[in-house]
Write a protein that binds this ligand. Structure first.
Ligand code: GLY
Length: 354
């Protein structure tokens, strides 16, 4: 078992992350020990409930089962969650428990952050993507017709329980989408300014086969490293005023791809990997890196055989980018590589992008 802590400057907002391989049957009692009140509402992914509901042991009345898919992160489900919490009589001491991937974590976190001006919530990520990224850092949101994650708040969880057993049954495409966020850390590691030198690039290149085979011991170390890097960034810039933007590497183009293809064609991780390739091409064109670094990056990405993004009309991509939270004063914010494992923000106008 690995114990990490996300140390937020306002001390009461700091929280533990537990990474373990214990039986899923033991999870409920551990989670409930973290709850201050008497009541809780579990928001759980339909697929996870189907596979693990009997082992987790929450009753039907305690659960809000959310269908899978990005489009479920919507205003209507948010309203239903709040109404269920109100009907159950949850008070400010009670808690919401999110069990699932990024969609569940984001909507549950947003509901927790806004219910009675904020109640505790506990993240139990069950996908690789949620383990290495969305369950930590307190970004919560729902989508709007105008774009992804446009309505939300920064609201840190009370604790994060990562049980690696969930990853065994994750379908291959979902597993790969998590690997998209994992490889992102290779290219931003030095910019994360983590106090510990992890050498994540070496780890990834030396353990590729074990990572693809989902060796749990390897995944434990992999998730630990990703979260050390992520925590380091969140601790320095909780509200994304500066440094935290580097976690959006690959996301400017990635989010636009998801938006233009209506979240149907590509998973988030596939779109992010497309965005990483785009960022490398853009950085090379702008003379920020040489072609050797782009080849090196593409070699790493190619090893995981991610689904390739087809070319999309740049006018549509730019229109989607302009709606993104990352757009500022008519310019679009890109995180671009400038050296090995180093990135920086560059603001570009439409002409420069097309
Ligand atoms: N997923 C990027 C962040 O948490 O900032």
């Amino acid at each position: 078992m690995i114990n990490l802590e996300v140390k937020i400057s306002e001390k009461e907002k700091s929280y533990p992350i537990i990474i373990e391989q214990d039986k899923i049957e033991n999870l409920k009692s551990k989670i409930l020990k973290n709850i201050r009140g008497q009541k809780f509402l579990v928001i759980i992914s339909q697929q996870v409930d189907k596979l693990y509901g009997h082992l987790l042991g929450f009753s039907k009345e305690e659960k809000f089962v959310l269908k899978d898919g990005e489009k479920e992160k919507n205003l209507n489900n948010y309203k239903k969650i709040l109404e269920k919490a109100l009907k159950m009589g949850l008070t400010r001491k009670d808690a919401i428990i999110a069990i699932g991937g990024g969609v569940v974590g984001d909507i549950a976190g947003f509901a927790a952050g806004t219910y009675m001006r904020g109640i505790d919530y506990i993240q139990v990520p069950t996908t690789l993507l949620a383990c290495v990224d969305s369950s930590v850092g307190g970004k919560t949101a729902i989508n709007s017709l105008f774009g992804k994650n446009l309505v939300g708040c920064f609201y840190q969880p009370k604790s994060v329980f990562i049980n690696l057993n969930f990853l065994k049954t994750l379908d291959e495409r979902q597993y790969k989408t998590g690997l998209g966020e994992v490889v992102k850390y290779v290219f931003i590691e030095k910019s994360c300014k983590c106090s510990e030198e992890l050498n994540f690039t070496n780890f990834i290149t030396e353990h590729t086969d074990k990572i693809i085979a989902r060796n749990l011991q390897t995944l434990e170390s992999l998730i630990e490293m990703c979260l050390k890097l992520k925590s380091s960034v969140v601790e320095q810039d909780e509200k994304e005023l500066g440094l935290r933007k580097i976690l959006n590497f690959g996301h400017t183009y990635g989010h636009a791809v998801e938006q233009v293809t209506k979240y149907r064609k590509y998973t988030h991780g596939e779109a992010v990997v497309g965005g990483i390739r785009f960022a490398f091409a853009l950085a090379e064109k702008r003379g920020l890196i040489d072609k050797n670094y782009r080849f090196f990056a593409n070699d790493i990405l190619d090893k995981y055989n991610f689904k390739q993004i087809q070319e999309l009309p740049i006018s549509k991509i730019i229109a989607a980018m302009k709606m993104d939270k990352k757009a500022e004063f008519g310019k679009i914010s890109f995180i671009l590589p400038t050296d090995y494992s180093t990135v920086e923000e560059v603001l570009l106008n439409e002409d420069e992008i097309s």
